[in-house]
Design a protein around this ligand. Structure first.
Ligand code: LER
Ligand code: MN
Length: 276
């Protein structure tokens, strides 16, 4: 697979989590170290890790395993801290907002040690009362700014994800995330685009990539049904052509459902991506 890695148009990665929920869109679900080995064996140059608490990660062991298998950690997804503990950057309880910011700082520490970035989606929470949109948007910006200032000092980038309307009730389009980052002048913060969400929210996935390319930092890939790319009906070739034409050099990471199973989906998805 090393030859395949070299000729790939993009740096591909695959999402993983230890013991995920049944419908969590991650493909490798063993222990962390075994997930690194599996990703390398399948042919991925990188692994995305979904982590609830960064302080539970054995960093030295992870670094040694990545070195052994010549693999990088493309990104650290933070959404489990919301799903499992309810941490949220716009929680009505300010104490929980502070806990969410502190957790993000610990995630930044981990990212700095393993030369990775943070993926932030569900931690941005839902706005309970849309009449108070401006107030909560400003709370999100101020809390993110604390994490982003800290990240900047440590050389880490925060990737803020545009998530579809059924999972998040504001900033569902990539352009809205770009606009938010610019208006609040958040340092070290970029946009995370996810084809699954874009297929629901954007008029044209390619146009949205073109318009937001300067802010784009990380890319999640799945097909229309959130199965591995090639298993649904999104026209993916124009999406990859747009990314390539615009010189995108970040990661393209498979964040898909385990159908028919995680390993098969990881293999089939990579096979498709190397050909498209
Ligand atoms: C996270 O990257 C994401 O895309 C969410 O839909 C996870 O459920
Ligand atoms: Mn995603």
């Amino acid at each position: 697979m090393d030859e395949e890695r070299k000729k790939a148009r993009f740096k591909f990665s695959v999402a993983s989590s230890v013991n995920p929920a049944r419908n969590e869109p991650v493909l490798l679900t063993d222990e962390l170290i075994e997930n690194v080995r599996l990703a390398a064996e399948i042919g991925y140059p990188a692994l995305e890790i979904h982590v609830q608490n960064p302080e539970t990660v054995n960093v030295e062991e992870l670094k040694a395993t990545c070195k052994k298998y010549n693999i990088k950690i493309s990104g650290i997804a933070t959404g489990l801290a919301y799903a499992k503990e309810g941490l949220c950057l716009i929680h009505e309880d300010e104490k929980i907002q502070r806990e969410a910011v502190e957790r993000l700082k610990r995630f930044v520490d981990l990212a700095a040690r393993i030369d990775s970035c943070l993926l932030i989606g569900r931690l941005k929470g839902d706005i309970k009362d849309m009449e108070e949109y401006d107030r909560w948007e400003a709370v999100l910006a101020e809390n993110l700014r604390q994490a982003a200032d800290y990240a900047k000092k440590k050389g880490v980038t925060l990737m803020l994800e545009a998530i579809n309307r059924y999972e998040s009730n504001y900033m569902n389009k990539a352009g809205e995330i770009t606009d938010f980052i610019r208006r609040y002048e958040l340092p070290a913060t970029k946009v995370l685009m996810d084809v699954f969400h874009m297929n629901i929210e954007e008029a044209s996935i390619e146009d949205s990539i073109r318009k937001n390319i300067d802010a784009l930092g990380y890319f999640h890939i799945a097909d229309s049904n959130r199965m591995y790319p090639g298993a649904g009906h999104v026209e993916l070739k124009p999406v990859f052509d747009a990314l390539a034409d615009l010189g995108y050099e970040g990661y393209v990471s498979l964040e898909c459902l385990r159908i028919p199973d995680g390993i098969t989906a990881a293999r089939e998805g990579l096979k498709y991506l190397l050909e498209v």
